[in-house]
Design a protein around this ligand. Structure first.
Ligand SMILES: Cc1ncc(COP(=O)(O)O)c(C=O)c1O
Length: 266
């Protein structure tokens, strides 16, 4: 499993599951050899998210080809859950690979939160690869589980809306412009950062190891970010681009002051 968030942890642990975070490679793509090494007889699923929250990285087809090979070597069936709510929010003509043709035992999980910009409405779907021998059984299990747990029920009104406009996508140009402004601004200051290819986050390395302390330094400069340790990736911060363009521009001097302070250069 790759950069996973605290929320996912609660969902799994509330029901007796245990999440194991596999650190990514330096380019923030999954390290499939490490992932395979983390598989035990108790492993039931691998959870990947691409385009990724918090990094904006899009995993290449080769990642999924390697995962298919690793899963074929596993002692028992393991399902890949491909969490893809940002699939439509991509820049620079990058096309995220389709996962089900590459991974036999795969489930695609998605949401209209991002493509229609309706966060909080909690409407999306699961798609089960028909090539997976357990597809029908898993489908029944998920239908039952969502009824009995009841904490995420697609609102009736939005079921009507997505039936009409579900294939529409908001204009990604403003996100791309803010991505460029933030990425170029941060790298000019000296931050190390993988250029996001999708989603609406930027995920630079922090100039000091303690990402929580660095988030505090930024807050003193009036800039709000989230520590990477909440995503299983300490030493990073997540910056969200769901703000006005002007906010990005006004935040950059704060990013610079905090960077200099952290490195003791006042
Ligand atoms: C990676 C990822 N998966 C899933 C979701 C959940 O989307 P929803 O708003 O439909 O609950 C989010 C929302 O932030 C997300 O970032």
């Amino acid at each position: 499993m790759h950069l996973t968030c605290t929320l996912t942890c609660f969902y799994a642990e509330n029901h007796g599951g245990r999440l194991v975070v596999v650190p990514p490679r330096a380019d923030l793509t999954p390290d499939v050899a490490q992932l395979e090494a983390a598989i035990t007889p108790r492993t039931r699923a691998i959870l990947l998210n691409s385009p990724n929250n918090p990094s904006g990285v899009i995993y290449p087809a080769s990642t999924f080809v390697e995962i298919e090979a690793a899963l074929s070597r596993a002692m028992r069936p393991i399902v890949l859950i491909s969490d893809e709510p940002y699939r439509a929010l991509v820049f620079d003509d990058v096309v995220p690979p389709e996962v089900p043709p590459l991974v036999t035992r795969s489930i695609v999980a998605t949401s209209w939160s991002k493509s229609l910009a309706i966060p909080g409405e909690r409407i999306g779907y699961l798609a089960f690869s028909p090539r997976m021998p357990e597809a029908a059984e898993l489908f029944e299990a998920c239908t039952f589980t969502s009824r009995v747990l009841g904490f995420v029920n697609a609102p009736a009104l939005w079921q009507w809306v997505v039936a009409e406009v579900g294939d529409q996508v908001i204009d990604v140009a403003p996100y791309r412009e803010k991505r460029d402004l933030m990425y170029e601004g941060l790298t000019r200051i000296g931050y190390q950062c993988v250029k996001p290819q999708g989603a609406f986050y930027v995920f630079p390395r922090t100039p000091i190891d303690d990402d929580v302390a660095f988030v505090r330094l930024l807050a003193e400069e009036g800039v709000l970010t989230v520590p990477g340790s909440g995503f299983g990736a300490p030493g990073h911060i997540r910056i969200s681009l769901t703000v006005e363009r002007d906010t990005v521009v006004r935040a950059l001097p704060g990013f610079e002051r905090a960077f200099r302070k952290a490195r003791g250069e006042r």
